[in-house]
Design a protein around this ligand. Structure first.
Ligand code: SAM
Length: 213
């Protein structure tokens, strides 16, 4: 599955429509490129920001946050929505520290809750309902995260899940690794379920948007 699903010129065009980011976010993009760290990237990040603005999200929970790049998009949306809170959750202490530095430099320090630990358990333990939940944890754990997400998302809230095309591996019938099968299972759980209205947006590595009825 070497051939990209979306022609490069189309992806380049879509990428070119994303407005420029502040220098700190550009530095995060460069850092991800140099270190090969899998951030959501500008186009999917801007889509997340747009959805969070559209539903006036004030409480956002991220599962699998990395060094804070996707968090920065949600923090920007929540700030522009009038304020609220964004949960940054990752099990690596060093990434959490890096995120803290980046997000403080961007001026979002006050609205972020930092948690070092397993993301699904942290969501289970969190109080209240969320307007938007973003899932970017290890892909084999996607199916088991759904019941907790469904419980913690408000009716009318949105779940966003990254990597739902998984670099085209989902189309390889011989690939039954736990990650690839985890993505296929979550896709089935969300698309064959009257509790969710779900679309797969084929930008970058596939972003799934699921509206909780
Ligand atoms: C794909 S990266 C996050 C990228 C980030 N969302 C972004 O776009 O900037 C996922 C991160 O979450 C961590 N992770 C994966 N599964 C996790 C889990 N169940 N609980 C906590 N952290 C997890 C990984 O180690 C990795 O650092």
């Amino acid at each position: 599955m070497d051939k990209p699903l979306i022609p490069q010129n189309l992806m380049d065009y879509i990428d070119s429509l994303v407005p420029s980011r502040p220098p700190e976010m550009q530095a995060m993009e460069t850092e991800a490129e140099w270190t090969n760290f899998p951030i959501i990237g500008p186009t999917s990040g801007y889509l997340c920001y747009q959805v969070a603005r559209m539903i006036s999200a004030k409480r956002v929970f991220e599962l699998g946050s990395g060094f804070g790049y996707s968090t920065a998009w949600f923090a920007r949306a929540v700030t522009e929505n009038g304020g609220g809170e964004v949960y940054h959750v990752v099990w690596d202490e060093d990434l959490s520290r890096q995120a803290h530095a980046h997000l403080s430099a961007l001026g979002y320090g006050d609205i972020i809750h930092y948690h070092v630990g397993e993301a699904v358990q942290t969501l289970r333990d969190a109080s209240g309902l969320f307007d938007l939940i973003f899932n970017d944890i290890d892909k084999e754990d996607y199916p088991n995260s759904l019941p907790v997400i469904a419980e913690k998302l408000r009716p009318g809230g949105v779940l966003i899940v990254d990597n739902m095309l998984w670099h085209n591996r989902i189309f390889d019938g011989k690939d039954h690794t736990p990650a690839t099968d985890g993505i296929r299972r979550l896709t089935g759980l969300l698309t064959n379920n009257p509790d969710w209205v779900t679309s797969l947006i084929p930008v970058r590595d596939g972003v799934m948007l699921a509206y909780k009825v």
